[in-house]
Design a protein around this ligand. Structure first.
Ligand code: UD1
Ligand code: MG
Length: 480
C-alpha cells in the first residue's frame, strides 16, 4: 500500500496582505482561505482521477504548518488537521521540513508527501489527485503543478531545457530578464518522494535572500538526474493570494464557480454578476434568485422559492415556495410558503411557521410565529411566541425591553387572536386565544381568551361570544 501525507503551509507572515489577520484566515466566499484548501485536500479520495488508485493510496489528516499566529488558526480548525510549528519563517522549504516529525509519526509511513500552500484556495481536488496519480505512475522523485499565463506576475518561473525537461524553478527576485518572460509558472502544489524530500531539504543551503525555498529542490532533483514530472492546470485554480488585489480576484473566480454549480443544479440566477452566494449555501432546484442578493453562511433554501431582489440572508433555513423581497435575514428559520417583505427583517431566533405573511417594515427577533399568521405592516415582534392564524395589526409592537429592570420579557399571543392596529404589548403578557385588542391599546396585563380589551392601559370592554362577533368587531379595526 502506497500512502501519502499532505502538508499545507500556512506559517508565512503574509506581509503583503497588510493586515493583522493571519493570511490564511482571510475570508473568501465566506470561508477562511485555509478552509478551502482543507476541503479540497479532504475531497481528493472521492475524485475521478483518484478512483483507479483508491485501493492503493490512502491518506491521513493533513499536517498544517503554522507560525506566529498558530493559536488563532488552531482555534478555528481544531482537530480537523494535525499541526506542526515553524518557529521562524525562513521560507517554504524550511516550512516543509518543520512538518517532518509530524509526517514521520504517521502509520503506515507515507511514501509520498503532497505539499500545498494555504494561500492557494482555488485549487480543485481533481487536479491535486492528478498530481498525485502522475507522481505514483511515473515513480517520480518530484511532481509539481504548473500553469500558463500571459501575466506571470510574482509566480516562480518554470525553466525548461531545449528538450523540454524541467531544469529549475526561478523566483522573480532571482530571475534574469529572459526568465521573467517565461509564461509557465509554479502553482505551489508538489508531490515528493518522502525519503528524498527530507534528505534534500536538510542539505539545502540558504539562498541569497537568506531563506530556504522549496522551489530550489527542483534544481537539486535535476542535478541529481531524478525523475521530475509536471501536471499543467489552469491559473484560475492556482491563483495564489499574496495581497488584497489577488484576494478580490480569487473572490470573483470562486463566486462565479459557486454560481455555476447552483445553476447547473437547477437554480435560476437572473443576474450572476450581481448575486453573491457563499461556499456553504445549499439551494433547491427551481428557486429563482433575483439581482442584488447575498446569501451566506450555512444557509439552506428549499425549492421553488423566489429570493430578492436586494435581499441578504445569512445562516438561515428557508423552506420550499417562500417569497422574500428586499429583506434581511440572520439566523432565522422560515418554513414553507412564507411570504416576507419588501423591507422586513428577521433577526437571530426568528422562526416563521408555514404560510406566515410578513409584509413590509416588519421585524421579528427570537420569536416563534405560528402558521398562517399575518403581520403585514410596521410591526416588531421580539421575544414572543405567537400562535397560528393570528392577526398582528399594523404598527403592533412588543415592548420587550424594560428600561428600568434592564431585562427582556416574553410576550405570548395565542392562536386566533386579533391584535388591533398600533397595539403596544408590555410583557410579560399573554393575549389569550381568540382575544382581541382595540386599535391603540397598551396591554400590560394578561388578556383572557375571547376578551376584547381597549384603551391605555387596556381594560376589558367585553367578552366576545363567537368568532363572528370578533370578526364584526374586527371590521371596524382592520387596516389592510
Ligand atoms: C510561492 C512559490 C512560487 C509560486 C507561488 C504560487 C516559493 C519559494 N515560491 O511564492 O514559486 O509560484 O508560491 O502561489 O515557494 N510559508 C510558510 N513559511 C514560510 C514561508 C511561507 O509556511 O517561511 C507559507 C505561506 O503561508 C504560504 C505559502 O507558504 O501559504 C507560500 O508562501 P508565499 O510567501 O505566499 O510564497 P509566494 O511568494 O506566493
Ligand atoms: Mg503566495
Amino acid at each position: 500500500m502506497n500512502t501519502y501525507a499532505t502538508v499545507v503551509l500556512a506559517a508565512g507572515k503574509g506581509t503583503r496582505m497588510r493586515s493583522t489577520l493571519p493570511k490564511v484566515l482571510h475570508p473568501l466566499a465566506g470561508l477562511p482561505l485555509l478552509a478551502h484548501v482543507l476541503q479540497t485536500v479532504e475531497a481528493i479520495p472521492s475524485t475521478a482521477a483518484f478512483a483507479p488508485f483508491a485501493d492503493a493510496l490512502t491518506s491521513e489528516r493533513p499536517v498544517v504548518v503554522l507560525g506566529q499566529e498558530a493559536a488563532q488558526i488552531t482555534s478555528a480548525f481544531g482537530n480537523r488537521c494535525n499541526y506542526a510549528m515553524q518557529h521562524e519563517q525562513l521560507g517554504t522549504g524550511h516550512a516543509v521540513l518543520a512538518a517532518q516529525s509530524a509526517v514521520d509519526a504517521l502509520q503506515p509511513l507515507p511514501e509520498t508527501v503532497l505539499v500545498c500552500y494555504g494561500d492557494t484556495p482555488l485549487v480543485r481536488s481533481e487536479i491535486l489527485a492528478q498530481v498525485l496519480v502522475e507522481h505514483v505512475r511515473n515513480e517520480a522523485t518530484v511532481t509539481f503543478l504548473t500553469s500558463h499565463t500571459q501575466q506571470p506576475s510574482d509566480y516562480g518561473r518554470v525553466v525548461r531545457d531545449s528538450r523540454g525537461h524541467v531544469r529549475e524553478i526561478v523566483e522573480v527576485k532571482r530571475a534574469t530578464p529572459e526568465q521573467l518572460q517565461i509564461q509557465e509558472v509554479n502553482s505551489g502544489v508538489y508531490c515528493f518522494d518522502r525519503v528524498w524530500l527530507w534528505s534534500a531539504l536538510q542539505a539545502l543551503p540558504r539562498n541569497p535572500a537568506g531563506e530556504y525555498y522549496l522551489t530550489d529542490l527542483i534544481a537539486v532533483a535535476g542535478a541529481e538526474e531524478r525523475r521530475i514530472a509536471t501536471v499543467s492546470g489552469s491559473l484560475d485554480e492556482t491563483l495564489g493570494i499574496n495581497n488584497k488585489v489577488q484576494l478580490a480576484e480569487a473572490e470573483r473566480v470562486l463566486r462565479q464557480r459557486i454560481l455555476e454549480q447552483h445553476m447547473y443544479a437547477g437554480v435560476t440566477i437572473i443576474d450572476p454578476a450581481n448575486t453573491y452566494i457563499g461556499a456553504d449555501v445549499k439551494i433547491g432546484a427551481d428557486t429563482v434568485i433575483l439581482p442584488g442578493t447575498m446569501i451566506s453562511g450555512k444557509t439552506v433554501i428549499g425549492s421553488w422559492c423566489r429570493i430578492g431582489p436586494a435581499t441578504t440572508i445569512d445562516q438561515s433555513t428557508i423552506g420550499d415556495r417562500c417569497i422574500i423581497r428586499n429583506s434581511a435575514l440572520e439566523e432565522a428559520t422560515l418554513e414553507d410558503e412564507v411570504i416576507m417583505g419588501p423591507f422586513s427583517h428577521c433577526r437571530p431566533g426568528a422562526h416563521l411557521a408555514r404560510g406566515v405573511r410578513m409584509g413590509n417594515f416588519g421585524e421579528v427577533k427570537n420569536s416563534y410565529v405560528g402558521a398562517e399568521t399575518d403581520m403585514h405592516h410596521f410591526s416588531y415582534i421580539g421575544d414572543a411566541t405567537v400562535g397560528d392564524h393570528v392577526n398582528i395589526g399594523a404598527g403592533t409592537i412588543t415592548s420587550n425591553y424594560n428600561g428600568i429592570t434592564r431585562q427582556k420579557y416574553h410576550t405570548t399571543i395565542e392562536s386566533g387572536a386579533f391584535v388591533g392596529c398600533d397595539t403596544i404589548l408590555v410583557p410579560p403578557v399573554t393575549i389569550g386565544e381568540q382575544a382581541m385588542t382595540g386599535a391603540g391599546a397598551v396591554v400590560n396585563k394578561d388578556v383572557p381568551p375571547h376578551a376584547l380589551v381597549v384603551g391605555v392601559p387596556a381594560r376589558l370592554l367585553r367578552t366576545l361570544q363567537s368568532t363572528d362577533d370578533a370578526h364584526a368587531q374586527a371590521e371596524g379595526d382592520k387596516k389592510e
